[in-house]
Design a protein around this ligand. Structure first.
Ligand code: BG6
Length: 253
């Protein structure tokens, strides 16, 4: 907090809460674009927020990504009676940063249980439909839709599409539709409208309306545009970001 005061980050947090219309904005010093250690600070800040809000009986949905992956290692060992589930099925990420992997690590730290969702992203629509009819998969999907806490990352649209090995055709489509942000498999334009959706199952955007606590975590100057777009959808209650993204956001808003 001393460092924050020194850098006047508290003041920027308040400005962004108003400009973005998000109840709570937390900023960690530094820019994760320039210094990878700052991403770990994001994980630390997110772990702190989570500890403050987590209660027995909670169902916590989490997404994948390199940022969210830093949360479990920053959580102490707790004994919470919670269930941790992935927000969506696979989205073409490497195993280390897949939601399923993070879910298991987070549940271990929290002392709770977890359920994984084993639905690959590269199935035909018919196969996807068949698989989601399976009672075991249905059970996980039902738990996901009952989540009362959602923790998700935010990505730059084209970067995420490339990282997921999206086809050239889809990349061109995203460019044409001016997609700037990505979160849990949805792609958004600068005003927060959905312009494309990855082939996956799990949380649908309309499910977010019913989730009382949605925490978004994303940092780095390059993600400012994406964060602004996601904030425009007015669904997040807490944003955890870094100084690099925050200063750029002030310029954009
Ligand atoms: C994905 C999540 O796995 O990671 C997205 O599904 C998020 O919600 C993305 O946009 C962000 O990744 P990173 O590595 O930039 O934290």
């Amino acid at each position: 907090d001393y460092v924050k005061e020194l850098l006047d980050l508290k003041n920027i947090e308040e400005q962004l809460e108003i400009k973005l219309g998000i109840g709570q904005v937390n900023i960690v010093p530094g820019d994760s674009n320039e210094n990878p250690l700052v991403k770990k600070e994001l994980g630390k800040a997110a772990a702190k927020v989570l500890q403050r809000f987590v209660n027995d009986g909670d169902i916590i949905a989490v997404t994948g990504g390199t940022t969210i992956a830093t949360i479990p290692e920053n959580l102490p060992k707790l004994s919470k009676n919670v269930l941790v589930v992935p927000g969506r099925g696979a989205l073409g990420e490497k195993v280390e940063i897949q939601a399923n992997t993070i879910v298991a690590a987070m549940a271990t730290q929290l002392g709770g249980n977890y359920k994984m969702l084993h639905v690959p992203e590269n199935l035909s629509p018919e196969a996807m439909e068949k698989l989601t009819e399976d009672p075991k998969i249905q059970e996980v999907l039902q738990a996901i839709r009952k989540a009362n806490i959602l923790i998700h990352g935010i990505g730059d649209a084209l970067e995420m599409a490339k990282r997921r090995g999206t086809s050239e055709e889809n990349l061109r489509l995203l460019e044409k539709k001016e997609a700037v942000a990505e979160a849990f498999g949805y792609y958004f334009d600068k005003d927060g409208n959905i312009v494309h959706q990855a082939n996956s199952v799990g949380l649908r955007l309309e499910d977010l309306e019913k989730i009382p606590l949605i925490i978004a975590i994303a940092g780095g100057k390059d993600k400012a545009k994406a964060i602004k777009s996601i904030a425009a959808s007015k669904k997040q209650h807490i944003l955890i970001t870094d100084e690099g993204a925050a200063l750029e956001l002030l310029k954009l808003c």
